[in-house]
Design a protein. Structure first.
Length: 329
């Protein structure tokens, strides 16, 4: 008797990504695990992406297309979840790709270990993803506390993005992405994870993230981006209240998030958004000792120490670190 294969709903919000959409869809069609449905949610595209969705659906009856007025990434994902039929949800952005073993690996881990979430690494690329030969993989079975702690500390390049994860649909029964908010993954993912009993982390790339110049993190900072400061604070407060054993790790992620935001502000000028800068500096001063914990990264400690000496030195050191990291990618 053939083993039952659960249905996976791959949810793809689509908005003006015509040059990338076919490759994204083909990466799903090429999966070694074939019991999936692909939900393409056209979020009011104006570049022909919506028409391409319809063409692709004609070619493959596992593709379902939904057209809706523009409401943003969160609204499109929520729309997809509302119509999904699968036992598992997988979120894929329409300019990204899945390696061919991604669904097979993630479903296998969830089924084998009775896990509610399986997580893989996210691999960044610009033109074509390069498979990393000899990548140290390995699998860990985690409690929800250890999984959240690992996400907060960015262990094994597994963070709080909704991508590169497979979720049992029950986890989203009462939760949705916040509509109209940037950084929606950060705002909701820890609440989703708290509904888990068992989590499996696999330390190999199972999601290919396309680096584009037009992404949020590459654009000059705007006032709307400062909502990230509030989201980081809200997540810390929520976890401190509901899971106090990870309070320090949540504060550490807030500190790192604040440092990244300060760097983006300073890119636009040292006199930009003075109130936000003061909020960041106040939090860093009060929590600087977190970078002395055994689990803290040395690079973050250096950024904090240089910031305490002055924004100019902080900006220089952070810029040099970014240049080194970009060269490595």
């Amino acid at each position: 008797m053939e083993e039952r294969k659960p249905l996976v709903s791959v949810i793809v919000p689509v908005y003006n990504v015509y040059p990338y959409l076919r490759d994204c869809v083909q990466s799903v069609q090429a999966q070694s695990y074939q019991n999936w449905e692909l939900l393409l949610v056209d979020d009011g595209s104006t570049d022909g992406s919506g028409e391409l969705c319809d063409e692709l659906a004609v070619e493959d009856d596992r593709i379902r297309v939904f057209h809706k007025p523009n409401g943003g990434l969160s609204d499109a994902r929520n729309h997809g979840m509302h119509h999904a039929r699968g036992e598992y949800f997988c979120f894929l952005d329409s300019d990204d790709l899945l390696p061919e073993n991604a669904l097979e690996k993630l479903v296998g881990l969830c089924e084998q270990h009775r896990a509610d979430v399986a997580m893989g690494q996210l691999l960044q690329f610009e033109t074509e993803p390069q498979r990393q030969t000899g990548t140290a993989g390995g699998t860990e079975i985690l409690t929800v506390q250890d999984a959240i702690r690992g996400m907060l500390l960015r262990k094994g390049k597994i963070g709080h993005t909704a991508c590169a994860k497979l979720f049992r649909r029950e986890l989203w029964a009462e939760l949705r992405f916040p509509k109209g908010m940037l950084y929606e993954d950060y705002a909701v993912i820890y609440k989703v994870m708290q509904g888990c009993r068992t989590v499996v982390a696999d330390y190999e790339p199972l999601y290919y993230y396309r680096m584009r110049g037009g992404s949020i993190m590459h654009e000059p900072i705007q006032e709307k981006n400062l909502v990230l400061l509030d989201i980081a604070q809200d997540v810390t407060q929520h976890l401190s209240r509901t899971m106090p054993e990870v309070r320090e790790e949540a504060e550490y992620l807030q500190l790192v998030t604040y440092l990244k935001t300060l760097k983006r502000i300073l890119n636009s000028g040292f006199d930009c958004y003075p109130e936000a800068q003061e909020q960041i500096l106040r939090f860093v001063r009060e929590h600087r000792n977190l970078t002395r914990r055994s689990w803290a990264k040395r690079a973050d400690r250096i950024k904090v120490e240089t910031l305490m000496k002055g924004r100019g030195l902080f900006y220089l050191i952070y810029t040099l670190a970014e240049m080194k990291n970009n060269h490595a990618v």
